[in-house]
Design a protein around this ligand. Structure first.
Ligand SMILES: *[C@@H]1O[C@H](CO)[C@@H](O)[C@H](O)[C@H]1NC(C)=O
Ligand SMILES: *[C@@H]1O[C@H](CO)[C@@H](O)[C@H](O)[C@H]1NC(C)=O
Ligand SMILES: *[C@@H]1O[C@H](CO)[C@@H](O)[C@H](O)[C@H]1NC(C)=O
Length: 525
């Protein structure tokens, strides 16, 4: 008896110490968040940069500024004609949005160009390339942003950078913004994609999705909104509540005088519930599930691949090309991948993508960083930006590094978020490029995004209508919308569904175990 007793003690002791060791070695979500808090804002790109690190390429990926709603919501008091700014009509950039981007352009100029250490103080066509999704608001956001960067009386040259006439807007230097239909998948995760629709239909069958949709708080809130707006389950449900949410936000900003009188029932508490419901839906769309396995598909991989695979690969491929050319230009090594014909890559320093909240979320998801950066879930604010900086360490074998920054909104500076990227060291602002390359490979759409989108799911036919949720406790009849409307806060709504990506348990695990290795290494060496 005594022996058995003793053995139990030993077993218990072992268990406790193993648990403590594990807990100690694996950074938790809280630890990652705390690490973020400690990383100071860096205003000048050279802040905290070790000697030998040369900044080679900067990639700002931003969301457009403040805009009007993209469509009416049930009970809407404002008609499309009343949205007059940005050219008029639904979904256009407002003067507030123009200002937000003008100010972001100013901040970017201060960081990268003010002293001419990285970008020239004047617009140089070879250094800068900007593209936008084919939407008026992302195009005009980019124009406003560049006005904040380069339309400066102190540096722009009259008669060279703009015409020598009185009537010309003072010191305005026009900058080209490229766009094309092909930008759709790279820049807009909600572009039509048959495979994404199939995957979203599967996502709607996941227990986690159904549980959130059918829980009392969700259904009570949805029913309350239907009652107040005279709508039904097709008009307002878990998948389309974003329409009401975005409309309310726009009207609280642009019709603030009447807003409270029009919608007295949209109290702070109701608004908070709506935000919570919609944020959760956004995360599901992005593939953020505790377990995304269904019918042999892992939605935590499949959805991010479609939504963010193209954009992360565009960024990483461009960076690799520019880094190769930097080595070539500076005779740093035997790299032959840069040739005379690579004029574009040989001179490029600033590669802009003007896009949407959904694009930023998709990119952060493929970096497996979204839950740590957008901590309450959902999408980022107007003029939010992720900035990826690529460096080469000329003192240490031309090792390639990157640093990731986040611009939360118009009131923020740039925060270092590199440690949130899967594989990167929790305490280091820089990370080896191999980690972002690994993520680009992991989420690469095989054969290109168009090919992947044409690949419908095999197996049993997917039910494209949402399964009617079990009756919720005290709540109203359950909605069974027939189409899955995809929400795209930024995009012109389509009937396409967009599931989204997220950090899956497996990706979290990879991230956690990578961090653990680093921690263990730090402990022992
Ligand atoms: C943008 O402008 C075009 C015309 O140039 C217009 O047809 C379209 O509705 C506008 N809105 C958006 C969101 O692109
Ligand atoms: C540029 O030069 C022209 C001609 O001298 C002048 O009329 C115009 O005001 C100048 N513009 C600025 C911004 O100085
Ligand atoms: C609307 O006005 C109220 C008070 O008049 C103010 O507290 C609130 O911040 C305003 N909302 C916006 C979005 O400007």
């Amino acid at each position: 008896f005594r022996v058995r007793h003793k053995m139990r003690w030993w077993a218990l002791l072992l268990l406790v110490s193993a648990t403590t060791t594990l807990a100690f070695r694996f950074p938790t979500r809280e630890e990652k968040l705390a690490a973020w808090e400690k990383l100071d804002t860096v205003k000048d790109f050279s802040d905290g940069v070790p000697p030998g690190y040369k900044l080679v390429l900067v990639n700002p990926l931003w969301r457009h500024g403040d805009r009007g709603p993209t469509e009416a919501f049930p009970g809407d008091k404002v008609t499309e004609d009343e949205w007059d700014f940005g050219g008029g009509g639904y979904g256009e950039l407002s003067p507030i949005g123009m200002r937000q981007h003008y100010e972001l352009g100013n901040k970017l100029y201060e960081r990268y160009a003010a002293n001419g250490d990285f970008l020239s103080t004047r617009y140089r066509a070879k250094e800068v390339y900007a593209k936008a999704t084919d939407r008026n608001r992302t195009l005009i956001s980019a124009m406003s942003n560049f006005a904040g960067m380069y339309s400066r009386a102190a540096t722009a040259i009259n008669g060279t950078d703009y015409p020598e006439i009185d009537a010309w807007p003072t010191s305005f230097v026009p900058i080209p913004i490229h766009t094309a239909k092909y930008m759709d998948h790279e820049g807009d995760p909600d572009s039509h994609c048959a495979r994404q629709d199939d995957l979203w239909a599967l996502a709607q069958q996941l227990p986690e999705y159904i549980a959130f949709d059918t829980k009392t708080r969700t259904q009570q809130t949805l029913q309350y909104l239907r009652d107040k707006t005279g709508s039904d389950a097709n008009g307002i449900n878990f998948d389309n509540i974003y329409i009401l949410r975005q409309g309310m936000l726009c009207e609280s900003i642009h019709f603030n005088d009447s807003y409270a009188d029009w919608y007295p029932w949209y109290t702070d508490d109701v608004k908070q519930r709506v935000d919570e419901i919609d944020d959760q839906n956004v995360d599901f769309q992005n593939g953020i599930f505790a377990s995304g396995m269904i019918q042999g598909y892992d939605l935590t991989i499949e959805l991010p691949k479609i939504r963010g695979g193209a954009v992360i690969n565009d960024i990483v491929d461009t960076a690799n090309g520019v880094l190769d050319c930097y080595e070539f230009n500076n005779n740093l090594g035997g790299n032959t991948r840069c040739t005379e014909s690579d004029h574009f890559l040989r001179n490029l320093k600033y590669y802009v993508i003007s896009a949407h909240d959904s694009t930023i979320a998709a990119y952060l998801t493929t970096l497996e960083a979204k839950p740590y950066v957008l901590t309450s879930g959902g999408y980022p604010s107007y003029s939010a930006a992720v900035i990826t900086e690529f460096f080469i360490d000329v003192d240490h074998g031309n090792e390639r590094k990157f640093r990731l920054l986040f611009h939360d909104d118009e009131f923020s500076d740039f925060r270092v978020i590199t440690p949130m990227v899967a594989g990167c060291d929790i305490s280091e602002p820089f990370c080896d490029i191999k980690h972002i390359q690994a993520l680009a490979d992991k989420y690469a759409p095989e054969g290109g995004i168009d090919t992947l989108c044409d690949q419908r799911l095999d197996g049993p036919a997917v039910d494209t209508t949402k399964a009617p949720p079990p009756p919720a406790s005290t709540a109203s009849p359950s909605p069974s919308p027939t189409t899955t409307t995809k929400k795209t806060d930024d995009n012109v709504p389509t009937t396409v569904t967009t599931p989204s990506t997220t950090t899956s348990p497996s990706s979290l695990l990879t991230c956690v175990s990578a961090a653990a290795v680093v921690l263990i290494a730090n402990l022992f060496f």
